[in-house]
Structures are given as structure tokens and as C-alpha cells.
Design a protein around this ligand. Structure first.
Ligand code: GDP
Length: 529
């Protein structure tokens, strides 16, 4: 097959949701359709279970599962589908944000009873910032939940989306009878009492078919026709261009557990979801169909076995093909590297492959060369944009607890930060190191890993910081900026890239600072240009 055809076949996306909405279950059902797994239960949830905070090995074990589920690939209707795993647990939100830089679209799963939850809001906000095409799947229709129209309103308001339903439920909970497929204009009904088997559906191609009454009853048939009228009246027609631009989000309803509404979702997804997209590098826009390979690291996973401290770096291929044993340029280090055993992913297995295409993910064994955001190319100097850091929520000083092991501690901290476990800030005034994390869990993971992988011990000290703000002066030589630096001296630090950061102790102080120094911009994301 030609390069362009191979690339056109690829659909690389992520499923995002608040924990428990049904992401794992839906993933599993998608894999079943692809014939990639034979039975339910094969996909492991990478959820950090409640109470895991007290047991480091348990955290690591559970986190480790996500190595296996980092990428799940399968073929469906001659499309190569790559699902990138996104941890739902809020303490690992950074991981998810970064993974979103490697997807070409997302599916958002929402629980019909709970509606839009906190984590969904945050993740969708990040997708909106980057105009990622989104499809919404409202799950658990086999249970009593909110009214479909109310939910559509909620999604529009809370997530700030413009939606249009492409499927519509017939009943809900105990009375859930099936799905009207707005996209294909037909109906799939459960037959009999069984809500278990996808084979047992009855297809209708006309909602006005009088047979409908006989099968679902008079009232449900009337309700459906009325609901559909409202759907056509109130919601915009589906338009693929608008969807691809992130301006319109189709909505599907179903029950992942019972495999209902999932085929509708998948069939539409393979039709409309974007093929690998062009990506901006600082130097230029890179098209997936370019012959020369380029890609970037969006995730690094540490080996859990302390005896093998190698890591797996996940590369999203942006253009061309990645080939085994071929030297590629590591742009930041200006070094050629070649890889004898690149891993590709298929269902829940990884295997060594000779060639992968734009849109695919490869896992490369790494002994410490890579950090998140690094670019690999065939020789051209390219630096891909868009692996931003967000302001952490927690901040602590990190202190060395074993003076004999200062070097080990430095090395360990540096490598863990390269992996993206947390963010490191160095205070300008005294060079003390501050670690910022999204969740308190990471401090324990870091302490544990420093000790077990690097033989270093650390302690923490709380730091009352509200938010890290990346500082952008309109004119670095201005008197205003000089004064800002002098007055805020105690609160200034450098991040790992050497960018200036203001560690504000309250939202009030951010407000005041912005008023007092209007030409010094404060950003909550590291990449603001
Ligand atoms: P995740 O945290 O988003 O990955 O959620 P899971 O897929 O692990 O699902 C959370 C719980 O919801 C599990 O107990 C599932 O069995 C259940 N669940 C998932 N989908 C459905 C559904 O369609 N209907 C019902 N009743 N339960 C579901």
C-alpha cells in the first residue's frame, strides 16, 4: 500500500471521562468489534483505586497496568484504529493532558445519571483550547438517568460545546428499548428481554413504519417520533467540517456494558473522525504525508523493575514512516539514535515492528535520552509545539535526607521530571528546589521511586503556593519588569526549561500583580506563544 493510503487508514484518538463513566468498558467493546479481543474483561482498568495512597507498590502496580493499556490498536473496516489511554484519576491529569497532544480526536464518555462531572469539564476544556474534534457518548442508558434533552443542554452549557445528537435513545433504564440512529436513519431495538447481545437487534429504516408500534408499543413510538421532530428542529444538522474544526460535537447514546449504541458510535467514528493531522513545529507546519519521518515524545513510562532502569518512550509519528534500525536525529541532543526493537501496539499486546506510519505510536526503549516533548526526525531540525505544562496544584520544597547521596537525588529528580511525573522549579533567590504536582499522590510516588530506583532519600516541606504563573514581559528591559523582578524576588523561580515562573501565594496576589504590572503577562500554561 502507498504511504498516503496507509496514513489515510489511521484514526488515532483518546477516550476521556470522569472515572467510572465507562471508559474502560467502552474501550473493551470497541476492541471486541475490531475482533482484537474475544471476550469482555480482557482490558484492564488502569484506575487508581481508592485507598491506594497508603500502599506504594499498589500505586505502582496499578500505574503499571497503564503501560499495557497505553495504546490499544485494532483494525475495523480496513481502518487502523489507535486508542490512546488517558488516566481518569485527577492526580494523573498531567499525563492525560499530554496524551491529548498526540490524539487527532477524542470521544468523551458521560454517565447518563451523573451528567457532566468535574474531570470531564477540565479535560474537555483542554480539548477545546486545541480545537480537537470531539464526539460525546452518553453511557449507561440501561439505568435510570437524566432526560436526554436535559443532558444535551447540560453538555452544551457546562462543557461549552455545540452539540447535535446522531443517535437518540428509545426509553431509558428499565424501559430502554433501543436506539434510533440519526446518522444512518434507522433503528436498532433490543429483542425480547435480552439486553445482552448485539446480534439480537431489529433494524428499521423508517421511523414511520407502523410495525414500530407493534414492537415498542404505542406510547414509546409516539414519543420517539416527537423527540426526533424536536431533534431536527432544535439541533444543527451535522456538518463534518464543523466537527473537524471543533465547532460542532455529535452526541451518541448507548450502554457500553450491554454493547448497545456502540456500533453506531464506531461506524460513524470511522466515517467522520480525522485522519492524522498536520502538526505545527516551531519551524513550520509538518504534513503527515511527507516522506521523511518526524515524531515527538508525549509520554515516558518507567520500568517498574528497579534492576532494569530502562524506560519506554512513546512517540507519536507525525509524518512519514518510522523504521527499525534506522538512525534518526534526536533534535535536542543533536545526536543520531537508532532503535533495534521499537514496539508497536496491537490490542493489549506490544510487539516489535519494522515499520510504523504517521498517526501510529511507537514505544522506544530509552536509557535516559528522552524527555517529554523531544522531537525525532530524519535529519531536519524541527521542534514540535504543544506539550504544555499546566500550573501544578501542590507545591513542596524537596530536601535531601542523605548527604552522601546528593548526586543520586539530583539524577533521580531530573529523570523523574523528564518523565513528566511532576514539575521542578528552582527558586531564584536561594536555588532551593520546589516540586509541583497535580495530586498529593505523586509526592509519595516520587519519594518511593527515588529510594528504590536511585538509592536517594528525600523529605518535603510545604510551600504555600496557589499557582505557578509563567511570566512574559512585553519588554524584558523595561523599568516595569525590573521592578516586578525586584519586588517579587522571593516568589520567582525557573522551570526546567529555564522559563521564569511567578509562584503566587493567592489568586488575590495574581490579580494585584496583574494590575500593578500590566505589561508583565502571567500565563497558567507553560506554552503560551
Ligand atoms: P472508567 O472508570 O470510566 O474506565 O469506567 P469503567 O468502564 O471501569 O466502568 C465503571 C463501572 O460502570 C463498572 O462497574 C462498569 O461495569 C459500569 N458500567 C460501564 N458501562 C455501563 C453501562 O452501560 N451500564 C451500566 N449499568 N453500567 C456500566
Amino acid at each position: 500500500m502507498h504511504l498516503e493510503d496507509e496514513i489515510k487508514r489511521r484514526r488515532t484518538f483518546g477516550i476521556i471521562s470522569h472515572p467510572d463513566a465507562g471508559k474502560t468498558t467502552l474501550t473493551e467493546k470497541l476492541l471486541l468489534f475490531g475482533g482484537a479481543i474475544q471476550e469482555a474483561g480482557a482490558v484492564k482498568s488502569n484506575k487508581i483505586k481508592k485507598g491506594a495512597t497508603s500502599d506504594f507498590m499498589e500505586i505502582e502496580r496499578q500505574r503499571g497496568i497503564s503501560v499495557a493499556t497505553s495504546v490499544l490498536a485494532f483494525n475495523y473496516q480496513n481502518k487502523k484504529i489507535n486508542i490512546l489511554d488517558t488516566p481518569g484519576h485527577k492526580d494523573f491529569a498531567e499525563d492525560t493532558f499530554r496524551t491529548l497532544t498526540a490524539v487527532d480526536s477524542v470521544i468523551v464518555v458521560i454517565d447518563v445519571a451523573k451528567g457532566v462531572e468535574e474531570q470531564t469539564e477540565k479535560l474537555v476544556q483542554v480539548c477545546r483550547m486545541r480545537n480537537i474534534p470531539m464526539i460525546v457518548f452518553i453511557n449507561k442508558l440501561d439505568r435510570e438517568g437524566k432526560d436526554a434533552f436535559d443532558l444535551l443542554d447540560e453538555v452544551e452549557q457546562k462543557l461549552n460545546l455545540r452539540v447535535t445528537p446522531l443517535s437518540f435513545p428509545i426509553g431509558m433504564g428499565y424501559d430502554f428499548k433501543g436506539i434510533y440512529n440519526v446518522w444512518e436513519k434507522n433503528i436498532n431495538l433490543f429483542s425480547g428481554d435480552s439486553k445482552k447481545n448485539i446480534e439480537e437487534t431489529i433494524a428499521f429504516d423508517d421511523v414511520n413504519n407502523p410495525e414500530l408500534e407493534k414492537i415498542i408499543g404505542e406510547k414509546p413510538a409516539k414519543d420517539l417520533r416527537e423527540n426526533l421532530e424536536l431533534v431536527y428542529e432544535v439541533y444543527p444538522d451535522f456538518n463534518r467540517d464543523e466537527y473537524l474544526k471543533g465547532d460542532l460535537q455529535p452526541v451518541f447514546f448507548g450502554s457500553a456494558l450491554n454493547n448497545f449504541g456502540v456500533r453506531e458510535l464506531l461506524d460513524c467514528f470511522v466515517d467522520i473522525a480525522p485522519t492524522p493531522l498536520a502538526k505545527k513545529a516551531e519551524e513550520r507546519l509538518v504534513d503527515p504525508n511527507e516522506k521523511e519521518f518526524s515524531g515527538f515524545v508525549f509520554k515516558i513510562h518507567a520500568n517498574m523493575d528497579p534492576k532494569h532502569r530502562d524506560r519506554l518512550a512513546f512517540i507519536k509519528i507525525v509524518s512519514g514512516t518510522f523504521e527499525r534500525n534506522t538512525p534518526y536525529l534526536h533534535v535536542r541532543n543533536n545526536k543520531k539514535l537508532k532503535f533495534s526493537s521499537p514496539n508497536a501496539f496491537f490490542a493489549e499486546k506490544k510487539e516489535i515492528v519494522d515499520i510504523s506510519y504517521a498517526g501510529d505510536i511507537v514505544g522506544l526503549h530509552d536509557t535516559g535520552n528522552f524527555k517529554i516533548g523531544d522531537t525525532l526526525t530524519q535529519g531536519e531540525i524541527l521542534n514540535f509545539k504543544g506539550v504544555p505544562s499546566f500550573s501544578p496544584e501542590h507545591f513542596r520544597y524537596i530536601n535531601n535526607a542523605d548527604p552522601m547521596k546528593a548526586k543520586q537525588l539530583d539524577k533521580g529528580v531530573n529523570q523523574l521530571m523528564d518523565e513528566g511525573v511532576a514539575q521542578l522549579f528552582t527558586l531564584e533567590i536561594n536555588n532551593r528546589k520546589v516540586i509541583g504536582t497535580v495530586g498529593a499522590l505523586q509526592y509519595e510516588v516520587i519519594q518511593y521511586r527515588l529510594e528504590h530506583e536511585y538509592g536517594a532519600k528525600c523529605t518535603y516541606e510545604n510551600l504555600p503556593v496557589h499557582k505557578a504563573c509563567w511570566v512574559e514581559p512585553a519588554d524584558p528591559k523595561s523599568e516595569e519588569f525590573k521592578e516586578f523582578k525586584r519586588v517579587k524576588q522571593k516568589f520567582l523561580a525557573k522551570d526546567k526549561q529555564g522559563q521564569l515562573v511567578f509562584l503566587a501565594d493567592s489568586s488575590f496576589s495574581i490579580q494585584m500583580t496583574q494590575q500593578k504590572y500590566p505589561n508583565v503577562k502571567l500565563h497558567f500554561v507553560s506554552e503560551y506563544k
